[in-house]
Design a protein around this ligand. Structure first.
Ligand SMILES: [Ca+2]
Length: 175
């Protein structure tokens, strides 16, 4: 029942938000930005992490990586209500990725519930080898989410056998 009540509250919020959504923003893809990082200012502020690297960068000096010794990159973790106090239906995830050998590393956007079950999971493969390629994916959220659910964004090694890199990640609300 608690989930149902929260779901209803979110539906009401969604209705309120959609009345303010601008059509022009939608065409330009310039929604409210929730996450925007080039990984430049993290060193020293977070515990030592083998994923934060200066080996390659799309912009600046830093990116994050996976390699044979690192299955999961440095991970963005936040509760949904902190990420966005307003309910969103659709988000756009963009980033630049690079493989260094043919394989299958991927950017994962995941939402997990308090009981650790998965409410949403999307894996976006990085395809370019030895050049930066842009990931640009619109993700439609499930109808019912709990504001306390946890959002995770990370680079996953999957079946890649050589280092892969990720830089300039943004998450924005699609109007
Ligand atoms: Ca960077």
């Amino acid at each position: 029942m608690r989930h149902l009540a929260i779901g209803l509250a979110l539906v009401l919020l969604t209705t309120a938000c959609s009345q303010n959504a601008g059509e022009k923003n939608s065409a330009a893809g310039t929604g409210r930005v929730l996450v925007d990082t080039s990984f430049e200012d993290l060193e020293g502020w977070i515990p030592e992490n083998p994923s934060l690297t200066q080996e390659k960068a799309h912009t600046g000096r830093y990116s994050i990586k996976i390699d044979p010794g690192t299955e999961f990159s440095l991970t963005y973790i936040n509760q949904l209500y902190r990420l966005s106090p307003k309910r969103f239906n659709t988000v756009r995830l963009t980033a630049w990725g690079q493989l260094t050998a043919p394989g299958a590393a991927a950017v994962v956007f995941q939402i997990t519930r308090a009981d650790q079950t998965t409410a949403f999971y999307e894996k976006i493969d990085i395809k370019e080898v030895n050049e930066w390629g842009q990931i640009n994916k619109v993700l439609t959220m499930p109808a019912v989410l709990n504001p306390a659910d946890q959002v995770k964004i990370y680079l996953w090694r999957a079946t890649a056998t050589a280092p892969a890199y990720l830089d300039d990640l943004t998450l924005s609300v699609e109007p």
